[in-house]
Design a binder for this molecule. Structure first.
Ligand code: GLU
Length: 494
């Protein structure tokens, strides 16, 4: 069998959409599954949409997500470099190549020069609209002779080159997910292949590049499906072997609308900032539009590679369910190495002003324990701030009515007095004391169970709920506990 060669071909127009990273992921999984090659090509032929730094951002996002590739554009020592036998891999550096193939199409009669002005095209479109027709180029320049066209170019007239589609011709192709598709050329436009600025359009460049880069499978979003017949026709016009096609279902939100910025987070960057782990996001995204045969839901990259196939890619839209993503990500937060999770937590704590760099270094063990007791209920890392901020403020804020009621209960004063007495008499609240403190208070006051634990918890943390109380006692330590008791007595109990 021929070596599998697939590519991810983003346009550097800004941050990378999660639908896009899923496309990259499926390409990657397929390449690795079949010991093939994966290429990163930059499609920057639309110079008006370029965004500074977008290529770097894109490469960093792929790297963060754990999606590596074999050929194309890389960052090395802070600089963009290209590697592979089929470069350049940035389309704006391939203009001569496209020009050569456009000329070949013109020679063969599969393309023609078009001199129509924008005003004329607008007028044609307007008229078609009024007549209720689908706007389309009317073929005005189709019959110009090559001689005449070349004369006009020599005189300096602006032009584009269009694809010359035959009339009433069926274009057939097979999509590995959607099956056989037939489109008649009467329903297609004479697509522009070369623009007046000398740049090819996406349609021209993508076909030339996929052919020259020996791409075997084109795996991309279904929004490109309507373009595929034009591409197929170009392969036919050149007499080239066609690749296989796989169009992936669009990533939709729960209302079955396209996931867009207006509805919240959509870029890999957004999810990274919130503190999703790459393996969590990737694991979940793999399941948006695909599922393994055994319906396993927690899968490592190795397992995804092992199980991935196009047969199990769904035809209809993949629903992006944030709750499910959270569930998957929460799994990885709980099961990952604690040092790593602590490292990931630290920047959020610093940004929120709860700790500084020195604290992060000096109190690492303390921080690790804290992270460990709260990560159980976390879905993404930025939640850490809300989960732990009570630990950094001895002026206890009472969370809600329920907590206040608990604090104002009849036993609280007695409990806190007993607690104060025991703790004042020790040098530190060590692990042993934190484990036995509540038992000791129970003994000396006779108060037990919920009546003992709830007021204690609320007095020291402000909330009826939270992580294991003995651990909180230990992490707070003597001085903080005493300060909190004093604060609560003064502000709520006197
Ligand atoms: N440049 C296109 C994009 O940004 C690539 C489409 C394709 O894969 O053919 O999505």
């Amino acid at each position: 069998m021929k070596e599998v060669r697939v590519r991810f071909a983003p346009s550097p127009t800004g941050f990378i959409h999660i639908g896009s990273i899923r496309t990259a992921l499926y390409n990657y999984l397929y390449a690795r599954r079949h010991n093939g090659k994966f290429i990163l090509r930059i499609e920057d032929t639309d110079q008006t949409r370029l965004v500074e730094g977008a290529i770097e951002n894109l490469i960093e996002s792929l790297h963060w997500a754990g999606i590596d590739y074999d050929e194309g554009v890389f960052i090395e020592d802070g600089k963009l470099v290209q590697k592979g036998d089929y470069g350049p891999y940035i389309q704006s550096q391939r203009l001569d190549i496209y020009k050569k193939y456009v000329d070949e199409l013109i020679e063969k009669g599969h393309a023609y020069y078009c001199f129509c002005s924008k005003e004329r095209l607008d007028a044609v479109r307007e008229e078609q609209k009024i007549k209720g027709l689908i706007p389309k180029y009317d073929g005005f320049c189709r019959s110009l002779s090559l001689e005449e066209a070349r004369e006009r170019i020599a005189k300096g007239e602006e032009y584009v080159v269009r694809l010359k589609l035959p009339k009433n011709y069926d274009i057939h192709f097979k999509d590995l997910v959607r099956g056989d598709i037939v489109i008649n050329t009467d329903d297609l436009d004479d697509q522009v292949l070369l623009k007046s600025d000398g740049f090819p359009t996406y349609h021209m460049a993508v076909v030339i590049d996929d052919h020259l880069m020996k791409v075997t499978h084109i795996v991309r979003g279904e929004e490109w499906l309507p373009s595929t017949p034009k591409h197929i026709y170009l392969y036919e016009a050149f007499g080239w072997e066609k690749p296989e096609y796989v169009h992936l279902p669009t990533v939709l939100n729960k209302d079955r609308k396209k996931l867009s910025k207006r509805h919240g987070d959509v870029s890999v960057e957004d999810f990274k900032k919130k503190g999703y782990l790459p393996e969590g996001l990737i694991n979940y995204l793999a399941l948006v539009g695909w599922s393994p045969e055994d319906n396993q839901e927690i899968l490592s990259m190795e397992e995804l590679i092992e199980k991935f196939s196009f047969e199990r890619v769904s035809k209809t839209g993949g629903i992006f369910d944030k709750d499910k993503l959270d569930w998957v990500n929460g799994h990885y937060i709980r099961s990952s190495n604690l040092d790593r999770i602590t490292d990931l937590a630290i920047p959020y704590l610093i940004e929120a002003g709860l700790i500084d760099e020195d604290f992060a270094k000096d109190k690492r063990e303390w921080l690790k324990m804290l992270v460990d007791i709260v990560r159980e209920g976390m879905y993404y890392m930025s939640e850490i701030v809300d989960k732990v901020k009570f630990m950094f403020n001895n002026e206890v804020e009472i969370e809600d009515e329920e907590a206040l009621e608990m604090l104002k209960g009849e036993n609280t004063k007695t409990i806190l007095a007993a607690m104060k007495e025991i703790i004042s008499g020790v040098d530190e609240v060590d692990e042993e004391l934190s484990n036995t403190l509540m038992k000791q208070i129970q003994k000396s006051t006779g108060i037990r169970g919920k009546n003992l634990f709830m007021p204690s918890r609320v007095a020291l943390t402000g909330s009826c709920h939270g992580p294991e109380f003995t651990k909180i006692l230990y992490l707070l330590g003597k001085e903080n506990i005493l300060e909190r008791i004093q604060y609560v007595e003064r502000n709520y109990l006197s």
